[in-house]
Write a protein that binds this ligand. Structure first.
Ligand SMILES: NC(=O)c1ccc[n+]([C@@H]2O[C@H](COP(=O)([O-])OP(=O)(O)OC[C@H]3O[C@@H](n4cnc5c(N)ncnc54)[C@H](OP(=O)(O)O)[C@@H]3O)[C@@H](O)[C@H]2O)c1
Length: 232
């Protein structure tokens, strides 16, 4: 049987790298773009113990339309379509009340936490297998809560949620599933290195295992939200 093809946007990040590990273990071919050669080398080393699957790294990212189009062409040169997209993009930032947030941080957060998602959708959804492709959006629960001193991050999380809900409606009559996973704090490698992490937090790899199950088992269910904040 042909291997399933996944793109993990943000796959060189703290959450993304665990998702990549789980997909490789499930024998996916996994394409990971990153702006950083160093991060791609770190990822390659991190998954080096997994005999299954195949990791393809791509230096460059969907930071603007030209880069996004180059990435799309790179994928279509080798593959007819892709089966799974995971968007694990953006990050956390806090430190100021909204009325005092630095302009440069506002601009960067909009770019990293919102525009990157728009470009991922615009670039990768048209490449998904229209019969049974799956788009997984990773978000945090700050979309639905007030986060004093982290206004731009929680605002972009809410905007991401709106974007993905709309995408799900737009794809409702297609064969493509759209799911959003809403995560609480994760036991990422960097966090554990600094001695942080609670027993009931998930490891990123567990999120990847969950994604493998979603794609395998929800053939008739579409456009769901899953809250994976803490282990029961
Ligand atoms: N870590 C947690 O505990 C946690 C908890 C809840 C939710 N989440 C969610 O999980 C997702 C990933 O978080 P993370 O902790 O893994 O963050 P991370 O380690 O900083 O990784 C984020 C990834 O996003 C990519 N990225 C950022 N800005 C970009 C831009 N402008 N254009 C293209 N790519 C960009 C980076 O790509 P490069 O490789 O090119 O740098 C990086 O690989 C986010 O949606 C976050 O809200 C995380």
């Amino acid at each position: 049987m042909e291997k399933r093809i996944a793109v993990v946007a943000g796959g060189a990040g703290g959450v993304g790298e665990g998702i990549v590990r789980a997909l490789l273990r499930a024998d996916y071919t996994v394409i990971v773009p990153s702006r950083s050669e160093h991060k791609l080398a770190r990822l390659t080393e991190y998954v080096g113990d997994i005999p299954a699957g195949k990791l393809i790294t791509y230096q460059g990212a969907m930071t603007d339309e030209a880069n996004a189009s180059a990435f799309s062409q790179y994928i279509t040169k080798t593959f007819l379509s892709i089966d799974l997209v995971v968007a694990s993009l953006g990050g956390w930032h806090q430190g100021y009340p909204i009325y005092n947030y630095p302009w440069s941080d506002w601009q960067r957060i909009l770019n990293d936490n919102l525009t990157s998602h728009f470009l991922a959708i615009k670039t990768l959804v048209p490449l998904l297998n229209s019969q049974n492709g799956c788009y997984i959006h990773i978000n945090g629960f700050s979309a639905d809560e007030q986060y004093p001193m982290a206004g731009p991050v929680s605002m972009t999380a809410a905007a991401q949620k709106s974007l993905v809900l709309t995408l799900a409606k737009e794809l409702q009559s297609s064969g493509i599933q759209v799911h959003e996973l809403i995560l609480g704090p994760m036991k990422t490698r960097d966090r554990l290195k600094h001695g942080h992490g609670q027993p009931d937090w998930f490891f990123p790899e567990e999120i990847g295992e969950y994604i493998v199950k979603i794609q395998a088992s929800t053939k008739n269910e579409k456009n769901l939200h899953y809250l994976l904040s803490k282990k029961p």
